[in-house]
Design a protein around this ligand. Structure first.
Ligand SMILES: Cc1cc2nc3c(=O)[nH]c(=O)nc-3n(C[C@H](O)[C@H](O)[C@H](O)COP(=O)(O)OP(=O)(O)OC[C@H]3O[C@@H](n4cnc5c(N)ncnc54)[C@H](O)[C@@H]3O)c2cc1C
Length: 380
């Protein structure tokens, strides 16, 4: 394995994690089209599968973000629906649930990759493959050959387009609008637990992010006049009859980030010859299940294990794909069927209210295990 040259396209969360995981086994290069790390975006929730993958790579995120012990779900007016005990997920898996700024996760990952490995301003425009090697063509006309090319280049992946399908990811008509609030936290969200509210206008989530920071996000339909038009005033109007916790926090929102939801069909094969995909390039999903980053990390772990277990690169990456496809498809079905404004009916609401928080945590653990390779313990 020491002689293998692995070319990773994209220095996002999945690409950097894979580079960090492979540096002791292979010669890795990462090509990133931007001039530096793309640090925008809000916070992400790392579930036990993401934390387990990072742990296996020797990456400790304990000093970044905050552990979260529960999520309290409500109807739009504040009527409680159900609490998911995230601490139960930690008890069952050995790994916590953690909220972390996307920017901070990228920086932690980059700290585990030698600086010389990542090349910025290196956009890839196409990939070619034979059985023995693969070549990435860059926007400056140069090309790089490697034993393996991994497309970790996100939802609009060039590697996917070159090697798998020209079909772009579908937009779902929904988007996330988010903001990080600095200042005193009050009301329903504590230092360790978050809250969510579902109603006709959409979904509102509020999560602690640090001692003095709170993340708030809204899953709403993209308005006819376009996603760029959504601003704090629009949100205040739309969510004007939600619980006071939502209205209070909206008063403090000054700027917002937009994030349009996209979904890929998950193909059976993610590449030809010594090429494959990882993360959003293979399986973009709306953030509804909170699995975008976690699945990219799960992919990175699985690929490393597959490459370690097989001297034949092409066979190893096909095994990696076979291991991931069924798990990713299960996750994609749940996340892709998003209806952020679906309010549980009276009967469902009654049942939800009577589910103990620990049982809900156990149920969520079972779900995440079904989507995860690293938590299943089975090697590809
Ligand atoms: C700027 C940005 C903001 C985001 N904000 C949020 C958010 O707020 N909430 C959320 O849930 N998810 C967000 N995401 C998505 C989330 O990071 C991913 O779902 C998840 O981390 C999976 O990561 P990934 O590595 O597959 O893709 P990404 O983290 O998207 O990384 C892909 C990387 O590939 C690079 N790239 C793309 N095309 C090329 C090319 N042709 N050549 C070379 N490099 C290329 C991109 O510049 C990017 O750095 C954001 C992604 C980005 C890029």
């Amino acid at each position: 394995m020491a002689a293998r040259q692995v070319l990773v396209v994209g220095a996002g969360i999945g690409g950097l994690a894979l580079a960090a995981g492979l540096t002791s086994d292979a010669r890795v290069s990462v090509l990133e089209k931007a001039g530096g790390l793309r640090e925008s975006g809000g916070a992400l929730t790392l579930f036990p599968n993401g934390v387990a993958a990072l742990d296996a790579f020797g990456i400790d995120v304990a000093g970044t973000g905050v552990p979260v012990s529960a999520m309290r779900m409500h109807r739009h007016d504040g009527t409680p629906l159900m609490t998911i005990d995230f601490a139960e997920m930690a008890r069952r898996t050995g790994y916590p649930v953690r909220n972390i700024l996307r920017r901070d996760l990228l920086r932690v990952l980059a700290d585990h990759v030698p600086a010389s490995v990542v090349e910025f301003d290196a956009g890839v425009t196409g990939v070619m493959a034979t059985e023995g090697s693969a070549t990435a063509v860059l926007s400056d006309g140069t090309s790089r050959e490697a034993d393996l090319v991994v497309g970790a280049d996100g939802t609009s992946s060039v590697v996917r387009r070159s090697m798998v399908s020209a079909q772009p990811a579908r937009t779902s008509g929904w988007m996330t609008v988010q903001s990080v609030i600095t200042g005193l936290r009050q009301g329903i969200v504590s230092d360790r637990s978050g809250a969510s509210f579902v109603g006709h206008a959409g979904f509102c989530g509020i999560m602690p992010l640090g001692p003095n920071e709170t993340m708030v996000w809204f899953d709403v339909r993209v308005p006819p006049q376009g996603w760029r038009t959504v601003d704090p005033w629009w949100l205040r109007e739309m969510f004007g009859d939600y619980a006071s916790s939502v209205r209070d926090i909206l008063e403090r929102v000054e700027t917002v980030d937009h994030f349009e939801h996209r979904t890929h069909d998950v193909p059976d094969r993610w590449g030809r010859g010594p090429t494959t995909l990882l993360g959003d390039a293979a399986h973009a999903v709306p953030p509804t299940a909170g699995q975008g980053a976690n699945q990219a990390l799960d992919d990175a772990w699985t690929m490393r294990e597959a490459l370690r277990g097989d001297g034949d690169v092409v066979r190893a990456v096909r095994r990696y794909e076979s291991h991931r496809v069924p798990r990713v498809r299960r996750m994609s079905q749940v996340a892709g069927a998003e209806r952020p404004n679906q309010v549980p009916g009276r009967a469902t609401g009654f049942v939800m209210r009577h589910v103990p928080a620990r049982a809900a945590g156990a149920g969520h653990t079972a779900l995440v295990r079904k989507w995860s390779s690293v938590l299943s313990g089975s090697l590809p």
